[in-house]
Every structure is written in structure tokens, then in C-alpha cells.
Write a protein of this length. Sequence first.
Length: 174
Amino acid sequence: MKRTVAAFVVVIALAGLAVAGDLEGTSYGKGVTITEPTPIATLLAKPDGFVGQQVRVDGVITGVCEKRGCWMQVTDQETGQGIRIKVEDGVIVFPMESMGHRAAAEGMFEAVKLTPEQVAARAEAAKKAAEGAAAAAGEPCEKAGEPAVKAGCGAPVQNDTIYLIRGTGAVIQS
């Protein structure tokens, strides 16, 4: 019986180290407290089932806000699908140097419905970008106060809706 209990304690301790080992790095905000990540593909396949829930995602950082560090894009390397982690401006700042690093991030999963005007503006911006025209320096990508601004510039859109995680914390590996 003592051997069984001792073996159980060792297994639990090693499992704890494995989880902690996955999260070694620099913490931002409240760090990461949710132990199990939700696959990004699962979030995006049935997003309405996750809206309003606290979730954790793991992946590689494939984008960071160049102006304020107020968002990062976390992408699953196996599926190529990504999700935007948007934080309050100035509260958490993701460094540009984190591009290409592994990260775990958590927060509230949200849906931001775009207006028809925002959808049209995004289509026009995408057309200009494809033609090689650069956006005016220093101008916001959306009008101030509109929902898409709070989602982060250029966040991916699915069915006229931006799905994102309103980030409360992250751990970025060095």
C-alpha cells in the first residue's frame, strides 16, 4: 500500500512538472492558470459554444501589434489556424521580439460582430494591401470607438465576426 501511494505521489509530481515545464518563460499580466489548453481549431470550428468562457490556447506567436503591443496572434503549427489575443492598451505589452516564440495565453473568448461599413472598409484595405498601397502612417486601422478597434487591427474575420480572446495573461517562452 505504501509503495502504491508513493508511486501515485511521484506520478502526480511528475505530471505537475510536465505542465509547469510547458509554461516556463516570461509571464505577462496574470500569467496562465488554466491547465488544459483548448485547441484553436476547436474554438474556430464551433466558436459560439465558447463565447463568454475563459479559455487557454497554446501555439507560436505569428503576429504582434507594432504600435502598442496590445495584441498577439497565436497560431497552431499543426493546423495553421490562429487566434488573436487582445489586451487592454498599456496594461499588458507584448514585445515584437516574441514573434516566432511559443506561447500560452488565456482570457475570455469573445465574438465582435462587424458592421456592414466595417466589412466594406476591411475589404477595401485588403484590396489596397494586395495592390501594394501602404496605409497612412500613424492612422488607426478602424474608427475610434468602433468594436473592431477593441479587437486589434487586422484581426481575422469569420462570417463578419471577429473571434478573439480578451487576454488576461500569457507566458512566452524565450
